[in-house]
Structure formats: C-alpha cells, structure tokens
Design a protein around this ligand. Structure first.
Ligand code: PBE
Length: 267
C-alpha cells in the first residue's frame, strides 16, 4: 500500500474496548471478512478508547475506534460510522432485559417492572451525558426519573410497594449500561426494593444471570452483539424482550477523516 494510506497513518490499529464485549468479537470477524490481515484490534476499555479518541481529535489526527450508539461521544465530537457493506455489525440491534430463569416465579412483582421497563435512545443519552459531565450515576438517574415520571409510571403500573426486598442486577461499566442500570435501580428503590448493582465483565454478567447469582440484567445487546452469550446461556435465562430499540455499532472515525467505508481500510 502507499506510504500515506489510512492504514499506515494509524499503524493498522483499530482502537477497541474490553475483550469480552460483543463488539470486539464482531470486529475480529470484520478483520477476517474484509481481509484486513495486517490490522490489529487493540483491546482496552471504553475509557481508554474514548481517551485515545479525544487525544486524536485534539490534534486532528486520524483514528478508528469501535463505537456504538447511544453514546455521549456522538454528542461531544463530530464523528461518523464507516459503512459496513457486509453487515457484520448487524442491522437493527436492540437492548434486551434478561432474567434468571425462574425469577419471574420468585418475584413476579419485580419482573413486572423489569418487563415494563422501556425507553428511547434520547432518554438514555440524557442520563449518559449528565454522567459524562461529572454527575454521579445515581444522581443523574434520579434526576431523569423525577423529570420523566409519566414514563416511570408506565413501568411500575400494577406493581406493589415492597419493604426492603432484595434484588441483584448485573451490568458492565459501559456508559449505556451504567445509565440504564442506575435508572432501573432508582425505580426499584422507589418501590421499596434493596437493589445491589454488580459490576462485571461481559462474560461474567451473562454467566451471573444464567446461574442466578444475579437476578436480572438490562444490558443484553441482541440479536447480533451478544448472540454467542445468548446461545451459550439460553436454557438458563428468560428474555423479557427489548427495553430500547434503535442502537447501532460499528467502526467510528472523526468526520474530518476522508475514508467512508470499512473497505477503505485496505491499503
Ligand atoms: N457495547 C456497548 C457492548 C454492548 C453495549 C457495544 C460496547 C458490547 O459490545 O458488548
């Protein structure tokens, strides 16, 4: 390839996130299917990825990262998705609520709320942006709940107040999941639940809800991103369906970069 190809400019490196993330597996698939054999996908975390992005943007340098929507980075920076003509990152991805199999019998009241929990990317973005600006996750969630009581009333419709009943939610420290899990926690706490939020890696989160060390997760990206986890744990969990529709994931670059498609990563 030419010396100033995009690949050479970024050392043929895609800046990734935590190794257990579904998006990392999909990105390995992208490298294979688009024949990017001289590229590496660098693992790290959401925090290291967004730090690299910020650094590059400040210097107006080229960079390519694994990104997703909803995410505050699209509000903070001018970014674009690289086209994915092979459709490796899936089409209409949703976030689902998953419970440990049998939890609906153990606590139908909590499961009613979990099942009725549903919001829009704009709602989630508000909470995420608030947290990104420095508000405590718990405070940002409570503020959103206060300002969106009508929506919350729909989630809690038909649910009874309890007194200190315990529930454990697993989640991964991705901005989107910090937002959703804190909001659901606030709503359950307002009903009288004692909620434990357990922060885990993606694989541990799925294993946790499968074996019942966690009662539920609101962080399952389906049908594509967490397809492998869902397949692995299918018999031990119940899928309550989507709590958020209209997500997207893929390779993301600053808008000032001239390439437009994953195909352009080839030298
Ligand atoms: N994400 C955010 C996750 C799901 C939520 C896209 C980083 C993943 O890749 O598993």
């Amino acid at each position: 390839g030419s010396a100033d190809s995009f690949g050479n400019q970024v050392d043929h490196k895609i800046i990734g996130i935590d190794p257990g993330a579904g998006e990392m597996k999909l990105t390995d698939q992208v490298v294979k299917d688009y024949e990017l054999s001289n590229w590496t996908v660098q693992s790290g975390s959401e925090a290291t990825m967004t730090a690299s992005l910020e650094k590059a943007i400040k210097k107006k340098q080229p960079i390519v990262v694994t990104g997703w929507t909803p995410h505050w980075m699209f509000q903070k920076y001018d970014l674009k998705y690289l086209k994915d003509p092979k459709g490796i990152y899936g089409k209409s991805e949703e976030i689902h609520t998953i419970i440990h199999k049998g939890f609906d019998k153990k606590d139908p009241n909590a499961v009613k709320v979990l099942d009725q929990f549903s919001w829009a990317p704009d709602d989630m973005s508000k909470v995420m942006l608030d947290i990104q600006k420095g508000t405590d996750a718990d405070k940002a969630a409570r503020k959103w709940v206060k300002e969106n009581q009508k929506k919350v009333d729909e989630w809690t419709k038909g649910a009874k107040k309890v007194s200190g009943k315990k529930i454990k939610l697993g989640y991964v420290a991705w901005a989107s999941e910090i937002a959703s899990t804190n909001v659901v926690t606030a709503v359950l706490e307002d009903l009288g639940y004692t909620v434990t939020m357990e922060q885990l890696g993606a694989g541990q989160m799925w294993a946790g809800v499968a074996k019942g060390s966690d009662d539920a997760i609101v962080a399952a990206w389906l049908p594509t991103t967490h397809a492998d986890y869902m397949k692995q744990f299918k018999s031990q969990v119940t899928d309550l369906g989507p709590n958020l529709k209209g997500t997207k994931l893929g390779l993301v670059v600053p808008s000032y970069v001239s390439i437009d498609s994953i195909n352009d990563l080839k030298d």
